[in-house]
Design a protein around this ligand. Sequence first.
Ligand code: NAP
Ligand code: SF4
Length: 677
Amino acid sequence: MTNRYENLLKPLHLGFTSLKNRVVMGSMHTGLEDRFYNYPKLAAYFEERAKGGVGLIITGGISPNRQGWLLPAGGTMSNIADVAPHRLVTHAVHKHGAKILLQILHAGRYGYQPFVVSSSPIKSPISPFKPRQMSEKQILATIDDYAHTAHIAKKAGYDGVEIMGSEGYLLNQFLSRHVNQRSDRWGGDIQNRMRFAVDIVKAVREKVGEKFIICFRLSMLDLVHDGNTMEEVIIVAQALEKAGVTLLNTGIGWHEARIPTIVTSVPRAAFADYSAEVKKHVAIPVIASNRINMPDTAEAILAAGKADMIQMARPFLADAFWVNKTATNRVDEINTCIACNQACLDHTFKNQRATCLVNPRAAYETELLYLKTKKPKKIAVVGGGVAGMSAATVAASRGHKVTLFEASHEIGGQFNLAKVVPGKEEFHETIRYFKVQIEKTGVELRLNTKVNREQLEREGFDEVIVATGVVPRSLKITGSDAPQVLSYAEVLRGAPVGHKVAVIGAGGIGFDVSEFLLKPEHQPQPQPLADWQREWGIDPNPNYCSEGGMQAAQLEAPVREIYLLQRKTTPVGAGLGKTSGWVHRAQLKKHAVKMLRGVQYKSVSNEGLWIEMDGHDQLLRVDTIVVCAGQESIKEIMPAKDENTLANYHIIGGAKLAAELDAKRAIREGAELAAKL
Ligand code: NAP
Ligand code: SF4
C-alpha cells in the first residue's frame, strides 16, 4: 500500500548504524527516571513507544554529576551500579527495533537545589538558587563527568547519548552572553563560549569510540536578551560537527524566555525554518522540533528539505502508536497532543509523575490496563463530553456493548466551547479522535437523546455511567437576569457582545473568554505564523542578526475594552497552569485588559456593572457582562442512595465534581472506571 508519508517513514543511515524511520521521540522528564525502583515502569513506558514504531527515542535528562541535578537527588549516571536499571530500558526498546539515546542534562543555574553552578554567578529568574561560577578545575572535571556518563550509558546498552545544549541549561549558559560574562578562555567571543560544549563532545567521542551516536541539542533561537545570532549558532553547529557529533537536534528558547515556544497557541512547526537555516551549513542530519504533532506537518518539513528528522516529545505521551498509525494510513486514529501541558510539564514542575491529559495510560502502562473482558456487559454512558467519551471507548475496546447517549446534536461537551478560543484549535483533534474511536470500537452513539432513568431501566443496562457534565453557574445579583448578562457558553457559541465588557471570574475560562473577545470575529484560525511572530516579537528571518532572534513586538489594537474580575485578593491568573498561565497573563496584559481583584459584585443596571472594591462602590461602564464563575453539576439521572435500580450507577467528570471541573480528571476517571468494569 502506498503511503503519503514516505519521507517520514524512510530509514536514515548513519554509516555505522541506521534508524528505521525519521521520527524521534524527544526527551521528556516523566519523574520515573529519578528513582531506580521505578525503572520497570519506565521500561514499560518506553517499550510501548518502541512497539508503536518510533525510530529513535531519547530519555529524560540524566545528570552527569551532583551539581547538575535539576531537582534534589535527581537522576544521575555516574556509577557502574547505574547500568542494571538502565539495561531494563534499553533491552525493552531494542526488542522492537528502535534505538535509544540517554540524554545527559546538566541543569546549571536551572537546578532547583543548592549545589548549582554556572558560567557566571547570575541567578536565573526561574530558580531561587544563585549559582557559583565554575572554576577552570570544575569545568575540566565536568567534561570528564560527561565522558564518564556516556561510557556508562554505552555499557547499559544505549545506542548513543544526547548532550543537552539548549533551553537555557548549563551548556547554553556557556554558549550565550546572556549568562556567560567570563573573561577567561571559556567566555568572551563565540570561539571561547563554545569551548566547553565542543570539548565535551570531543571527550565523549574519545571515550565511546566512533560507533556510538552523539546527538547535540543546540539552541537555534535563544529568545533572550544577549542571546546568540544565527551566525553564531552556525559557527557552533559546524564546530560540534567537526568535534564528532552525529545528529544535531533543535532547541528553541530558554525556559526563562517570555516568548511561548510549545503551548497550544504556538502555530504548528513555527520554528522549522531556523533548523533549515542551520541545515544549510552542516553535513550531519538535523532534527526539527517544537509544535509538530501530526504527520502532515512533519512530512511537509521533510519534503521541503528543512530537516532530516522530526522530533516530537509530548505527541508520544498522547499516542504511543503515532508512527504505526501513520505507516498504516490510520492518521485519523491518532490521539493528538493538544499542547496543553496540563498533565505533562505542569506535573513535572509540581514534582508529580508526568502523564497525558488525553491519554491517562502514559507513564502508567503497568498500572492502567485495558484488558479484554471475559464477561461482556451492557453499559450505558450518559453524556458525550470527554469523560463520557473516554469511558465509552475504553469500555467498548475491552469488549463491552456500550451505548452512548448525548442530549445535544454533537459529542465533545465543553471541548466544543474550548475549540473556538483563539490558539485552542487543537481541541478539534481530540473530538475527531474520540469520534473515530466511537466508530472503531463499536459504541452505539445516540445523539439528540435526553435519556431518563425509566428508559435506562427498560433497556436493561447492567451498568450506567453518568457523565452528564455541568452547566455554567449563573450570577445571582440584582439585575443579573438582564439581556446584557451572558454566560461564557453563550458567548463562545456566538452571542453578540458589545465593545466594553466585564468578565466575571478569572479562572481558565475567564482568561479564555477574554482572549476570545480581544480578537476580531473573523480572524483566521489558527493564527498565521507571520502574525504570531509579530505579536510576540520573534525575528522572522531565519538568518537573524538580532540578539537571540528577538525584535520589538507589534500588537494589533484589541477590538474590545475588557475588565477581568475576581473576588479573591490573590494576583489575577495565579491559579492557571505553571507552564502556560504566564502566556495567558502576558497576552491579556499586552492587550490592556484591566484585571481587578478583591471585587464584590453588587448589581447590574443599564449603565453597567456596580462593584465594590477597597470599600468603595464603583460603576464599570460596560455594555456586556460575561459570567465565567465556574459550573454546577448536572446529576439528575443519578438515583438516591437508598433507591433500588436494576443497573449499577457510577458518576464521573464534572457531573461528579463541578468545583474541580478539569478535562484531565474527567478523561482519567472515565478510563479508570471503564478499565475496571
Ligand atoms: P474556575 O477555575 O473554578 O474559575 C471560576 C472562577 O469564578 C473562580 O476562580 C471564582 O473566583 C469565580 N467564582 C466562583 N463562584 C462564583 C460566584 N458564585 N460568583 C462570582 N464568581 C464566582 O473555573 P473555570 O474558569 O470555569 O474553569 C473550569 C476548569 O476548566 C478549570 O478547573 C480548568 O481546569 C479548566 N480550564 C483550563 C484552562 C487552561 O488554560 N488550562 C482553560 C479553561 C478551562 P473568585 O471567587 O475569586 O471570584
Ligand atoms: Fe500533550 Fe497535553 Fe498530553 Fe501534555 S498533557 S502530552 S501537552 S495533550
